[in-house]
Design a protein. Structure first.
Length: 108
């Protein structure tokens, strides 16, 4: 059981959400600080996230709005991943215990 430690669902959700939000904010900030090239818009590809995250744009306000959206999405995703991780390991350990009991029964 020690080899398969459980993941704390809430802690993993908060960690994934925070890292995801910081990454989106930093990527947007880097594009804003870098500035557009001559005759170009700032971050045309990254601004396409506005399709999925209403209110997001490659601006300082958009960076905050996008980070808030991504934090929520990351929290939900992290929670579900932790639940699936724990469930998978529980089922795996259960299968090992049942198989060992079956082999022990067959050996007697």
């Amino acid at each position: 059981m020690a080899a398969f430690g459980r993941i704390d669902n809430v802690a993993f959700a908060v960690a994934l959400a925070t890292v995801s939000a910081l990454v989106l904010f930093m990527v947007t900030a880097i594009l804003l600080l870098k500035g557009p090239g001559p005759g170009n818009n700032v971050g045309p590809h990254l601004s396409m996230l506005g399709i999925y995250l209403p209110g997001y744009d490659v601006t300082w306000d958009g960076a905050a709005i996008g980070a808030a959206y991504i934090w929520i999405i990351g929290a939900i995703t992290g929670y579900l991943l932790a639940v699936l991780w724990n469930l998978t390991h529980y089922l795996y350990i259960t299968a090992i215990v049942v198989r060992a009991a079956w082999w022990r029964m067959m050996a007697e």
